[in-house]
Design a protein around this ligand. Structure first.
Ligand SMILES: Cc1ncc(COP(=O)(O)O)c(C=O)c1O
Length: 392
């Protein structure tokens, strides 16, 4: 006889009924409608020859999106942080010096993760709203002689795009790997991994690629692969071990974990749309819509946090005007208009709003709708003007 079932946690729920929000925050961004259709297809087996063919298509289109020929280019099962962790887990050996150039929240995360893999983590920092100059990086690389320099290309916490000129050459001169976070740039901001001599990079599915969250594109160049293959011990993370994963993604097709097949259907569709549009056109669209947003916000008297020459087209940081309750305004946008805009993170918490125009959402209609709301609804959130002094 089976014991009676404990029903304390049983709930009777209706089917899921989430509203259609317009996601103009730091991510996730809305998925393209045909990506949603692809996700809803009946799953097929993860070793089905048709799926194996799709894996190859996804890899090839990721290489296009990143402008790389790297053999080891795969979507990690997991979010951007899983792919971030994969770059570190596979290449760090205990005691390796890893230099992390921190100019926002995600640089801090890189440093934390590298430490967990027992790297000797050295950091250099810039205020949140600035980028590193080549000279600053050069000085740190020469002083610390790291095995890896890790830096964020598109810092989502600040809206800053790191200029990449010369960093790859610098790393080659010092026999150091260059690791780049492209979570908020892939598919939306110019990226030339091979020309920039980037050895390791990662991204996410839910921003410039117009997919829901769930996959973390990962790529590793030959220099990083050589370091991984020469390591003394096993990669200290079984799930993200590229030497094992490559037996599934490479020609052997050996089972590692059950691939999230539907997420990869969505990724294939997202990358297909990107290739159809063309990278140059996608980058230009993001730039054009971002400029429309910046001009509109400035016309309304709002101040942008990032200097124009370093501004990311995908993520705009807007300073919250004096006396305005920034959180109350974003809640109003969400509850009354179904639009999500982000708040500040870390050092910028309470100081900025973060507006994302990424992938499918980078459209002029979305910009205009948001600007219109800033114009008509923000005044109610400003402090009442002090009554004019009356002369007696
Ligand atoms: C620059 C950057 N790096 C890493 C991540 C982590 O990605 P995820 O949240 O998909 O794990 C994010 C997330 O927004 C990000 O913006």
């Amino acid at each position: 006889m089976l014991p009676p079932v404990n029903s304390a946690h049983r709930r009777t729920l209706g089917p899921i009924a989430t509203p259609n929000r317009l996601l103009l925050g730091p991510g996730p961004s809305n998925a393209h409608p045909t990506v949603l259709q692809a996700l809803a297809r009946t799953p097929i087996g993860h070793l089905d020859p048709l799926y194996v063919e799709l894996m190859g298509e996804v890899q090839e289109l990721l290489r296009y999106a990143w402008q790389t020929d790297n053999r080891l280019t795969i979507p990690m099962s997991g979010t951007g942080s899983a792919a971030m962790e994969a770059t570190l887990a596979n290449t760090i050996e205990p005691g390796d010096t890893v230099l992390v150039a921190i100019k926002g929240y995600f640089g801090l995360r890189l440093a934390d993760m590298a430490g967990r893999y027992r790297a000797n983590v050295v950091t250099i920092e810039k205020p949140w709203g600035e980028a590193f100059s080549l000279a600053e990086l050069e000085e740190a690389v020469a002083a610390h002689k790291p095995k890896i320099l890790a830096i964020v290309h598109a810092e989502t916490s600040t809206g800053i795009c790191q200029p990449m000129d010369g960093i790859g050459d610098l790393c080659r001169q010092h026999d150091c790997l260059l690791l780049l976070d492209t979570v908020t740039s892939l598919g939306a901001v110019p990226l030339y991994l091979d020309a920039w001599k980037v050895d390791l990079a990662y991204s996410c599915s839910q921003k410039g690629l117009s997919c829901p969250p769930g996959l973390g594109p990962f790529t590793m160049g030959p220099r990083a692969e050589a370091k991984m293959m020469a390591r003394q011990g096993k990669v200290p993370n079984w799930y993200l071990d590229v030497t094992l994963l490559n037996q599934y993604w490479g020609s052997d097709r050996v089972y590692h974990h059950t691939a999230p097949v539907n997420m990869n259907f969505g990724m294939r569709e997202a990358l297909r749309l990107l290739a159809d549009e063309g990278l140059e056109a996608a980058w230009a669209r993001h730039r054009c819509n971002a400029e429309r947003l910046w001009a509109g916000l400035e016309r309304l008297g709002l101040e942008l946090h990032a200097p124009e020459h370093l501004r990311l087209p995908t993520l705009t940081t807007v300073r919250i005007p004096e006396g305005v309750d920034g959180k109350a305004f974003t809640l109003h946008l969400l509850n009354q208009h179904g639009i999500e805009v982000g708040g500040g993170l870390g050092a910028l918490a309470g100081k900025v709003w973060r507006i994302g125009l990424m992938g499918y959402n980078s459209q002029p209609e979305n910009v205009d709708q948001l600007l219109n709301l800033f114009e008509t609804e923000l005044p109610a959130f400003r402090p009442a003007a002090a009554p004019a002094a009356v002369a007696v």
